[in-house]
Design a protein around this ligand. Structure first.
Ligand code: ARG
Length: 462
């Protein structure tokens, strides 16, 4: 046999050794080694199938599988040496296999290509990561439900345009976040369903001439089925993009939540405090206790959006089938996964440390004429049209501002100056508690509805 002119697995047709720069530039092992266990899992399922269809002998398959299992143990023990010269996770493992079990290891790659191999690895890996992220979402959801139960009747100003608009319960506000996270969970679930198909067997791009059993491998690896077009299967990264889009939405939600926490914790607002163990201080201003965790989460949102955009761009001009551009999918995907996991973990830890200053919340709600709409509705019930009622209440608010009072502290004669239909019972709607309790329908802010929503959400969290 003619010797290779390079020491590469693929070096047969090359006349010069690879330039060091090219070796570095094309290598992915520094980051794709995180796929090692999925790579080995895929290889073992592939080899078992090759033996079952008589492409490999049972003895060869057993040797290869035990070699791969040893490699997996070495990787776990931190005793595996990853070499840039061997380019990627696949060739590092294959070379180690041949070193361990000899020439029989060279049979592992029968009937497959790194192109279908990497597509399989990423799907297996992402599937597990999605499950972990869903668990993390559930943890945050449970913390939100605990807080919401404590604050089903706690009154705060609800805002539009960041101005006190109508009183709401803090529990209702927290459950708005729960609804968002529940949708996020659903999106990840959808993404997982679509990605859970086996690409292996597509080989480089056209399929393989060996009589392989793809369905067997799919079953062994827990896939719901097999991909239906080899050209598509080796080049498709939709699942990574879908995931990153779902991750971007999670980050957008967490970022909005973070923004509110920062605002609520500001001494100017003073609605909440976060535990000392979950805040940091200033190196110059001794009095400071800063909400760095929510701020960092708000800040990290940008990188996940960036990951999504990078992935979309990696794919946008690629002709079928596999191109090396695809290797650029990994760092973005890994970063989106790591970031979203970290931020959800942070939220699950941070939320239980939140304490609420009910007085500050109540005072802010009372100060903002937040029951003006309730007064208008009261006038409508007593015979005015809504537009006339709106005008009456506008004048009443103007009067209250001039006299430095809130609506509930105006006297009955003062109120009656603006409309004769106003009677003593008006005070029950001007009171904040009456206002929130009146919004007693599914989706409304009444404490009763908050409690019902918590029950419903508990059932929906899977
Ligand atoms: N490291 C490559 C990737 O991440 C694996 C597939 C390489 N295939 C190839 N024909 N060069 O996509």
């Amino acid at each position: 046999m003619v010797a290779n002119n390079t020491d590469k697995i693929w070096g047969g047709r090359f006349t010069a050794p690879t330039h060091k720069f090219v070796e570095q530039f094309t290598a992915s092992v520094s980051y794709d080694q995180r796929l090692a266990h999925y790579d080995i899992m895929g290889s073992i399922a592939h080899v078992r199938m090759l033996a079952d269809v008589d492409i490999l002998s049972t003895a060869d398959a057993a040797l290869i599988i035990s070699g791969l299992e040893q490699i997996a143990q070495d990787i776990d023990a931190g005793q595996f040496q990853w070499l840039t010269a061997l380019e990627d996770v696949h060739m590092n493992i294959e070379a180690a296999l041949v070193e361990r079990v000899g020439n029989v290891g060279k049979k592992l790659h029968t009937g497959r290509s790194r192109n279908d191999q990497i597509a399989t690895d990423i799907r297996l890996y992402l599937r597990d990561e999605i499950d972990l992220i869903c668990e993390n979402i559930n943890k945050v959801l449970n913390e939100l439900l605990i807080l919401a139960a404590d604050h089903a009747a706690t009154i705060m100003p609800g805002f539009t345009h960041l101005q006190a608009a109508q009183p709401v319960t803090f529990g209702h506000h927290l459950l708005a976040w729960a609804e968002m996270l529940l949708r996020d969970h659903g999106r990840l679930h959808d993404c997982r369903k679509r990605l859970n198909l086996l690409p292996l067997g597509s080989a480089a791009l056209a399929g393989t001439s060996y009589p392989i059993d793809r369905a067997q491998v799919a079953k062994a690896l827990g896939f719901d089925g097999i991909t239906q077009n080899s050209l598509d299967a080796v080049s498709d990264r939709d699942f990574a993009i879908e995931f990153s889009a779902a991750a971007s939405l999670i980050m957008m939600h967490l970022s909005r939540f973070s923004e509110e926490m920062v605002m609520w914790m500001s001494p100017a607002c003073g609605f909440i405090d976060l535990g000392d163990a979950w805040c940091t201080g200033s190196s110059i201003m001794p009095q400071k206790k800063n909400p760095d965790i929510p701020e960092l989460i708000r800040g990290k949102t940008g990188r996940v959006y960036g990951d999504l955009l990078a992935l979309l761009t990696v794919m946008k001009a690629q002709p079928l089938a596999y191109n090396r551009d695809n290797q650029e999918d990994k760092e973005c995907l890994f970063d989106a996964i790591d970031t979203v996991k970290l931020c959800l973990f942070a939220y699950a830890g941070l939320l239980p440390t939140m304490t609420v200053n009910k007085e500050r919340m109540y005072t802010a709600a009372a100060a903002g004429f937040a029951t003006a709409t309730d007064l208008a509705d009261y006038l409508v019930v007593n015979g005015l049209t809504f537009r006339d009622a709106h005008a009456v209440v506008g004048k009443t608010v103007q009067f209250a501002i001039q006299h430095n009072k809130d609506l509930a502290s105006l006297t009955l004669p003062e109120l009656q100056k603006f409309s004769a239909v106003i009677k003593q019972d008006v005070f029950s709607v001007l009171e904040l508690a009456g206002s929130v309790s009146a919004r007693d329908h599914v989706g409304g802010t009444a404490p009763k509805q908050v409690k019902a929503a918590i029950k419903r959400l508990k059932k929906q969290i899977k």
